[in-house]
Design a protein around this ligand. Structure first.
Ligand SMILES: [Zn+2]
Ligand SMILES: [Zn+2]
Length: 482
């Protein structure tokens, strides 16, 4: 099994460190973070164990027996209410404290505190529980996870990810592996921590065609540690002008499987897992998506985009969504002319950027039209109009250099989130820009702010409680899977 990964929102991280570092006499302080745990299996990858911070609770003065700059002693009984909440809401208890004097390691006293807490939690909530400990010292998070079944084993986390802009990744493994020469140029441009951070990430790619396949292959070359590839389509002859890693012999085969075989064949440090299905229909594929730290939306499917758009809030993920659009007209002689043709890159964080609805990338009518077409593939334009439905999206010819270039911009966007290097001019939005390959311009359009938007403004889905996956009964009940 994979080492656990922790995710905190930027606001949770900021609130925690302000509190922990805020004691007037520089004493240690403590807090509780309640996590939801997503334990997910993906074929081709080790099991994923992802903990998403749901709630931060600061220690009340009354819970503290004594404290100094080198110790913190608390009253166990005062935590009983929180233990109860953990059981009732299937949350994992996380004990957080700081070392104001900077010792970056958990101490022997910390071991003792954790075992006391774990014992009390086990007695209250049962043998199956896990327990997270986080330490803030020297402006870094250290974290580890224990289980009630083997309390003496403290498993260090693979990383603690903070979904701020830029991303903050703490506690990642310092690599000294055989692939350092492969990544020497990346390290030369962005530093060795960049190489180690990107290796620590699990990245989902939904759609593995014109944009998804170049992203996956170049992402593997860039050293992304784990890829989750999701697509139910077969490769068509007409795709061969733009896909990467696939050839004529693969026509008729499932794209994701052939793409995984290609990535495996590169023999780099990337592991790829696959789902031959749709994220909006297959509960296991959605769980696979939820196990990712970062998701690239590389589909032209509005129903799939709708799911990724809600998932980024529910599962505290980064969504980088790509699309192409343009217009082809005929000239006087009847020859086609590309009037404009652009690649769009949207970058949405749980607490930053407009959602795909507000960016006018998806809308309810287009989603409903696509669902209708899936049910009734022979539906006519007139029948659609009678139902007040219409197809959406832009005309995109699907020409290799343009789809690839869009994928390249999107991967570089992930680089920029890990190690900022871009200098955005005032006229460009960080959450959405378009590269026009005809007009040779990079631009952002201004979309109106909808203060009622349940996604990016009202945050109704941020860290939402799920009875059904994403509260969509057709994707299955959530408690089947923890
Ligand atoms: Zn300590
Ligand atoms: Zn919105």
């Amino acid at each position: 099994m994979n080492a656990p990964r922790l995710t905190l929102l930027g606001s949770q991280h900021d609130a925690l460190i302000e509190y922990l570092d805020g004691h007037p006499e520089n004493h240690e302080r403590a807090a509780v973070v309640l996590f939801s745990r997503l334990h997910v299996s993906v074929e081709g990858l080790p099991d994923s164990d992802r903990y998403i911070a749901k709630e931060v609770i600061f220690f009340d003065e009354a819970w503290t027996n004594s404290s100094s700059s080198i110790h913190f002693d608390f009253n166990l009984a005062s935590l009983r209410e929180i233990f109860r909440k953990c059981e009732e809401e299937s949350l994992v208890f996380g004990f957080v404290h700081n070392h104001p004097q900077g010792q970056a390691m958990f101490s022997a006293q910390d071991d003792g505190n954790e075992l006391t807490l774990l014992e009390a939690l086990k007695n209250r909530n049962g043998e199956h529980i896990t327990f997270v400990a986080m330490l803030w010292a020297n402006k870094c998070w250290e974290a580890r996870v224990r289980t009630a079944a083997s309390p003496d084993i403290a498993v260090p986390v693979r990383h603690t990810l903070v979904t701020s802009d830029p991303l903050q990744i703490f506690g990642y493994q310092n690599s000294s592996d055989d692939h350092s020469e492969v990544h020497a140029r990346g390290a030369a441009a962005f530093g060795k921590p960049f190489v180690d951070k990107i290796k620590s990430l699990r990245v989902g790619i939904v759609g593995t065609g014109g944009t998804g396949s170049p992203l996956a292959t170049l992402g593997a070359r860039a050293g992304i540690g784990e890829l989750v590839l999701i697509d139910d389509d077969e490769l068509a002859l007409s795709n061969l002008n733009r896909v990467r890693g696939l050839g004529k012999k693969d026509v008729g085969e499932k794209k994701v499987q052939k793409l995984k075989a290609f990535i495996d064949g590169l023999e780099l440090s990337t592991n790829a897992g696959v789902f031959v299905s749709k994220v909006d229909e297959d509960p296991l594929a959605l769980d696979g998506l939820a196990s990712c730290d970062v998701v690239f939306g590389c589909t032209d499917d509005f129903v799939g985009r709708d799911v990724m758009n809600i998932a980024l809030y529910a599962y505290a993920q980064v969504l980088i969504d790509l699309g192409l659009g343009g217009r082809i007209l005929d000239d006087k002689t009847g020859e086609p002319v590309l009037r404009y043709h652009f690649g769009r890159i949207s970058t949405i964080l749980p607490e930053d950027g407009q959602c795909l609805f507000c960016q006018d990338v998806i809308c309810e009518v287009w989603i409903q039209t696509q669902l209708e077409r899936r049910q009734n593939p022979d539906i006519t334009e007139e029948e659609l109009r009678e139902k007040y439905l219409e197809d959406g999206g832009d005309e995109a010819p699907g020409v290799g250099p343009f789809t690839s270039a869009t994928a390249d911009f999107a991967l570089a966007t992930l680089f920029d989130l890990i190690k900022p290097f871009r200098r955005f001019p005032q006229v460009l939005r960080r959450d959405m820009y378009q590269v026009d390959f005809v007009k040779m311009e990079i631009s952002s359009h201004q979309s109106k702010i909808n203060h009622d938007c349940p996604y990016c403004e009202q945050k109704e889905f941020l860290l939402m409680k799920e009875k059904y996956r994403l509260q969509r009964p057709m994707i299955g009940k959530r408690d089947e899977y923890v």
